[in-house]
Design a binder for this molecule. Structure first.
Ligand SMILES: *[C@@H]1O[C@H](CO)[C@@H](O)[C@H](O)[C@H]1NC(C)=O
Ligand SMILES: *[C@@H]1O[C@H](CO)[C@@H](O)[C@H](O)[C@H]1NC(C)=O
Length: 443
């Protein structure tokens, strides 16, 4: 990581906005929950969601191990593809719109794309970016330092038959899917809070000539918001300031309910923030890491060993928009589930096949959400995160609710997933390394 940061200072990635004053404005993306974009929303079950998530969690843990010493083999890239929230992004000149997964765990923004391919071919109803029809598309050469060193972390390949050959990448997803393509500098057009648009020139994108995978269903690509020199959030910092924020509507919301991802400061969101905690940008890169001190149920602090929350000891916690469920290391998972289940003993337990939730129950009679104690994450600096009860009581099947935590194993990265984050407004300040949050209806 150190080397990547130093070297990336040597290359200048220009961002030029076609607006004079950007001080009072910010970039705005409309966010939609993934299920609303699928042809039959009800088909995507909690099982699918959980399956994707577990693979992703394995990848998060594996990526950490790789970063901690073991040399990563060139040409066998891995990434983590699951996410639940989509937005639209415009790429190229003239600009074309694409539906992309919003992922705070991905570094690269990429779209389904054709470059130097003969014949149109069939493209299973996905939108495709025809690179040669864009006046601003410039591939990154495979002999450049950018390709050979800076993009190594983004899984660039070492193959380079001629210096003008584009720098290629090969992402291998854990579920067997893959994204193959070339890196390019391209113009991305974004909508602004004042109703206008801004052009971000020479932004690094991936032109994916092929990709497959369940986790990318319904998407034309990915919008990378991780903490990385190449992600959109880093690129917009100089123009719109160092903040970005989002509010995730309830994952069971009807189709017509959506919200915005804001890059820059948003005056409308300020009032909602009541709590702030430090966010650690270098602890579990490229993820946004928070420091948890403990979890309580009602007024009772649970007995959880401190090393669970310690990233230096292999634990630690990330906040991730691209994982739907919440993963806890065993030593935290057990007291949480045991503690909550004490309030559910009168209800009939149900065994659900194909879900990793341990504790599910029949919620059709005698269940009152209010009888459950409030679960609180105590964060560094004294801030408390009190997720809504329906964020940890998941509707897993008709008439069945489950305690929405998944065991992550003995030593693991804890992940606060997007269901736990729902109906809260989250603002990441990359300069101040601070996360502000507060409950919100997201409307
Ligand atoms: C969404 O649609 C439902 C019914 O179709 C309607 O009652 C509701 O007001 C709509 N909500 C918004 C935010 O447009
Ligand atoms: C829940 O309990 C009710 C009443 O006893 C029963 O009719 C229903 O089938 C049960 N549902 C499940 C999913 O077990």
């Amino acid at each position: 990581m150190q080397r990547l940061r130093i070297l990336s200072c040597l290359i200048t990635i220009l961002l030029i906005a076609a607006v004079d004053s950007t001080k009072d404005t910010a970039v705005r993306f409309q966010l939609t929950h993934r299920d609303t974009l699928l042809p039959k929303p009800h088909v995507r079950s909690i099982e699918d969601m959980v399956g994707d998530d577990q693979k992703r969690h394995n990848l998060i843990s594996r990526k950490r191990k790789l970063k901690e010493g073991v040399k990563m083999p060139l040409g066998s890239g891995i990434d983590y593809g699951t996410a639940q929230y989509f937005t639209e992004v415009s790429v190229g000149t003239p600009a074309k719109k694409f539906t992309v997964v919003v992922d705070t765990g991905s570094e690269l923004t990429w779209v389904n794309c054709k470059y130097r391919v003969r014949g149109k071919g069939k493209d299973e109803n996905r939108r495709v970016f025809l690179a040669e029809e864009s006046k601003t598309f410039k591939t990154v050469g495979c002999s450049t330092q950018t390709c050979k060193l800076d993009l190594m972390n983004l899984f660039s390949l070492s193959t380079c038959p001629t210096p003008s050959t584009p720098c290629a990448y090969d992402y291998r997803y854990a579920d067997g899917s893959a994204a193959l393509g070339v890196f390019a500098k391209e113009t991305v057009t974004v909508g602004l809070t004042n109703g206008g648009t801004a052009r971000l020139d020479d932004f690094l994108i991936g032109c994916s000539s092929s990709f497959t995978g369940k986790s990318l269903r319904g998407a034309d690509g990915v919008l990378g918001l991780a903490h990385s020199d190449f992600s959109l959030t880093s690129k917009t910092t100089s123009l719109f300031g160092s903040k970005f924020s989002y509010c995730l509507v309830d994952h069971l919301s009807p189709k017509n309910v959506s919200n915005y991802l804001i890059i820059g400061s948003s005056s409308t969101t300020k009032t909602a923030f009541r709590r702030t905690t430090p966010i650690d940008l270098n602890l579990i890169p490229p993820f946004y890491s928070i420091n948890v001190n403990g979890i309580s149920l009602g007024n009772t602090l649970l007995d959880i060993p401190r090393q669970v929350w310690n990233a230096a000891a292999g634990g630690g916690t990330i906040l991730d928009s691209g994982t739907s469920l919440t993963f806890l290391a065993d030593a935290a998972y057990k007291p949480v589930v045991t503690g909550l289940s004490r309030y559910l003993v009168a209800l009939k337990r149900v065994k659900l096949e194909g879900v990793p939730f341990e504790y599910c129950f029949n919620s059709t009679s005698g269940f009152n959400e209010r009888n459950l104690p409030q679960l609180t994450f105590h964060l560094k600096g004294g801030a408390r995160f009190d997720p809504h009860r329906r964020s940890y009581l998941i509707d897993a099947a008709p008439g069945v609710k489950c305690l929405g935590f998944v065991s992550a194993g003995t030593q693991a990265t804890n992940v606060v997933g997007n269901i736990m984050q729902q109906n809260y407004l989250w603002e990441f300040d990359l300069k101040a390394s601070a996360l502000s949050f507060g409950p919100s209806t997201c409307t």
